[in-house]
Design a protein around this ligand. Structure first.
Ligand code: NAD
Ligand code: MG
Length: 326
């Protein structure tokens, strides 16, 4: 069982007299900056783009500098820009301004784990990854409850890297809920696996294919949409609350019998084999290499898939159905 860290295990004094440069003021950057500032931490933003996040930061009365200047003036650097731009920004604006003894913090392990970013040996490299989207990180802070987080240490030059990660987690209010230690490898690989196999990739294909089967069999698309897409959330809410067995308690006996007997026929050993293959491609770095090449080529595949997705039958029906819930 993983050890869980709480408020008593973390000390905000670790951050006293230190300045944190938060690079990026997007989904995570804004939430984490505001939480840490409200926790009394000295925060400066490193922003290079005059986009809407910059204007948001001004409105929030944040101290704003260029990324280079923010890094120069700080002790801890939090990389909270999109994963796919981190390497370029790191190489150009962060790396040349790092000093011995600094701390580099990430919210996801991709760039460190796949060695796209290789920081100097004389600094700490940590991860603090709130287990929730930015909006929730902020809302739960304001409500005084926080969200759980993962921490990891990739490099411990100071011997105090973990205390620093825990202190940041406390400033975010994650230690009120519980913080679990992981590694960059585990966080990155399980995160990619989850989003590909289960959460985003698997779930969306399960929805699309079951929708297609019903519609091809002559059922009304609107009815199919309700059944295979809309209701999924209600079931997942039950799963999140009470686990799989709790969900079975919350549905009819007919649904339970049908589901328990048919589920394993649909998601069978073939599918499991493909899950294992997908995991291998993640572990070997094959997926990461493919994704980086895709991004470097201007995302031709992703753009094509987005276009196709927008035109698909389920989207056309969905637009109308979703209006019923506005
Ligand atoms: P985001 O897309 O919201 O980041 C936007 C910010 O990055 C803006 O301030 C923008 O100006 C800046 N930016 C974008 N491109 C830039 C460039 N080329 N040069 C300089 N600045 C640039 O990012 P996010 O979703 O908050 O993700 C940040 C990190 O947090 C990632 O590592 C991600 O994996 C991780 N994470 C995100 C979430 C989430 O809720 N989105 C949850 C957990 C972990
Ligand atoms: Mg994830």
């Amino acid at each position: 069982m993983a050890k869980i860290y709480y408020n008593k295990d973390a000390d905000l004094k670790v951050l006293k007299g230190k300045r944190i440069a938060v690079v990026g003021y997007g989904i995570q950057g804004r939430a984490q900056s505001l939480n840490l500032r409200d926790s009394g931490v000295d925060i400066v933003l490193g922003l290079n783009l005059k986009d809407e996040t910059w204007r948001r930061a001004e409105a929030d009365k944040m101290k704003i500098m260029s990324i280079a200047d923010a890094v120069k003036s700080s002790d801890i650097v939090m990389m909270l820009i999109p994963d796919e731009v981190q390497k370029d920004v790191y190489d150009k604006h962060v790396a040349p301004n790092l000093r011995k003894g600094m701390v580099l913090d990430f919210a996801h392990g991709f760039n460190i784990h796949f060695k796209r970013i290789v920081p100097p040996k004389d600094m700490d490299v940590i991860m603090v990854a709130p287990k929730g989207p930015g909006a929730l990180v902020r809302e739960t802070f304001l409500a005084g409850i926080g969200v759980p987080a993962l921490i990891a240490v990739h490099q411990d030059h100071s011997g105090k890297a973990k205390q620093c990660a825990l202190a940041i987690a406390k400033g975010l209010m994650a230690t009120s809920r519980g913080v679990i230690e992981t590694t960059f490898e585990e966080e990155t690989e399980t995160d990619l696996f989850g989003e590909q196999v289960d959460l985003c990739g698997g779930a969306s294909e399960l929805i699309k294919k079951s929708f297609g089967v019903l519609v091809d069999a002559g059922y009304q698309p609107e009815i199919a949409y309700f059944e295979v897409l809309h209701e999924l959330k209600l079931i997942i809410d039950l799963v999140q609350k009470g686990g799989i067995e709790g969900m079975w308690d919350g549905v009819s006996n007919t649904a339970e019998y049908g589901g328990r007997t048919r589920g394993p026929i649909i998601i069978d050993a073939h599918v499991e084999e493909k899950m294992k293959k997908t995991l291998k491609d993640i572990q070997s770095g094959k997926f990461a290499k493919e994704w980086v090449a895709e991004r470097d080529a201007g995302m031709p595949t992703l753009n094509r898939l987005r276009k196709e997705g927008a035109k698909s039958r389920i989207e056309v029906v969905g637009k109308n159905i979703r209006k019923m819930f506005d």
